[in-house]
Design a protein. Structure first.
Length: 306
């Protein structure tokens, strides 16, 4: 078997990385509703002090033809190659507390070997806990707080925060495999899956990023600056409300989602926030079409901040 350590390069001395830190992971890949993971990853890199610890090899893990990197063409020549990045970084939260942050793309290839590499890294640095975030589309209203599904082996987080606990089959991602391996090893791990309104799945939804950061804080105690994201979220939701208030059909459909959501949260015997009494998905195609047209394909004005 090929050595998992060949998938990455260690770029700082091991003695420069404190042992026993929490590990936070956000990888963009198959599903990222509301752009939650992409927003959180970029936000943390923009706002926090950090430096690379481990850099993974793109040529081993990335399908360039499926996710082509950006090249900048300036009139007559290529002036920039934006190299994809998958790296583990040593970062500090708002209060200067150190933690490990793994961000970048979900590998296209060699999942088993990549997970073995992460397990080696977790052991190498004596990682205390592992937390990762994902976001999926759900027929829930934007007028309610975003819920999360929590998995892993941290029972206190699952009991306190997990609002939807289905038994189902889902398309896996590489972090599901990592979580499975870590749970088998009894390493403290928690996954937060954000339940994002499905009609906002193709937008960049700031409130989803805020919920992701709040979830990470719940699992790690780390504190993050969120003022800018919260302000962007208020402006974003304000524009949605303007659209809904001007359309009676949209208002009715949002109301239907609100009723079903509230009934579920009040322990009404619905099977999940997805379904009605007959187990059918609520019909919200109209709201999805209208809001996606308004938000996902709308060209922002110079005054827009979202």
């Amino acid at each position: 078997m090929r050595n998992p350590a060949d998938l990455y390069s260690v770029v700082v001395a091991e003695t420069e990385v404190p042992r026993g830190l929490p590990l936070v992971i956000g990888l963009t890949g198959f599903v990222d509703s509301g752009g939650a993971v992409a927003q959180v990853s970029q936000y943390l890199l923009d706002e926090l002090e950090h430096r690379d610890v481990v850099v993974f090899e793109n040529d081993e893990l990335l399908d360039y033809r499926a996710r082509r990197p950006i090249m900048v063409f300036d009139e007559t020549r290529i002036t920039e190659y934006r190299r994809p990045s998958l790296a583990l970084r040593l970062a500090q939260d708002e209060l200067g507390e150190p933690f490990l942050l793994l961000t970048g793309y979900e590998p296209d290839f060699q999942w088993e070997r990549f997970v073995d590499a992460l397990l080696d890294i977790i052991e190498r640095y004596g990682v205390a806990t592992t937390t990762w975030v994902q976001a999926i589309p759900m027929p829930v209203p934007h007028t309610r707080d975003l819920g999360v599904t929590v998995s892993g082996n941290r029972a206190e987080l699952i009991e306190a925060l997990s609002v939807w606990r289905p038994r189902t089959q889902v398309p896996g991602n590489v972090l599901h495999l990592l979580e499975h391996r870590l749970t088998e090893a009894e390493h403290p791990t928690a996954s937060f899956v954000l339940l994002v309104p499905h009609y906002l799945a193709d937008t960049e939804f700031p409130s989803a990023a805020v919920t992701a950061l709040e979830s990470i804080t719940s699992a790690t105690g780390l504190l993050f600056p969120t003022d800018r994201l919260r302000e962007e979220g208020r402006e974003f939701l304000g524009r949605i409300e303007e659209q809904v208030e001007g359309n009676a059909e949209l208002a009715r459909l949002v109301g239907t989602l609100e009723e079903r959501h509230d009934s579920y949260m009040e322990d009404n015997p619905l099977r999940s926030p997805l379904t009605d009494e007959d187990g059918e998905l609520p019909s919200a195609d109209s709201i999805a079409a209208e809001l996606e047209k308004f938000l996902a394909h709308r060209q922002p004005s110079d005054d827009d901040t979202v």
